[in-house]
Design a protein around this ligand. Structure first.
Ligand code: SF4
Ligand code: SF4
Length: 83
């Protein structure tokens, strides 16, 4: 399951450089996460790095993109060119 950024985002830019998959970018109004690139940090870290650094806790799991741990790991392998 990828994560999503809610409209509570204050555009502080802290999360973007922390993402190991370059899944976070500045959207039209707030920062956004590409669900095709977010692995919940599986393959890189034990915890989602963006959630760890967000000062306003506005990065929950996105229920519209359900994925198992195995699917997230397979996504990581493809994104990182290891598949
Ligand atoms: S959970 Fe990890 S991979 Fe997903 S957007 Fe946050 S930092 Fe990037
Ligand atoms: S860290 Fe949180 S508030 Fe800052 S840009 Fe990212 S989602 Fe928005």
């Amino acid at each position: 399951m990828s994560l999503m950024i809610t409209d509570e985002c204050i555009n502080c830019d802290v999360c973007e450089p922390e993402c190991p998959n370059n899944a976070i970018s500045q959207g039209e109004e707030i920062y956004v996460i590409d669900p095709n690139l977010c692995t919940q940090c599986v393959g890189h870290y034990d915890e989602p790095q963006c959630q760890q650094v967000c000062p306003v806790d506005c990065i929950p799991l996105d229920p519209s993109h359900p994925e198992t741990q195995e699917e997230l790991y397979q996504k990581y392998l493809v994104i990182s060119g290891k598949a």
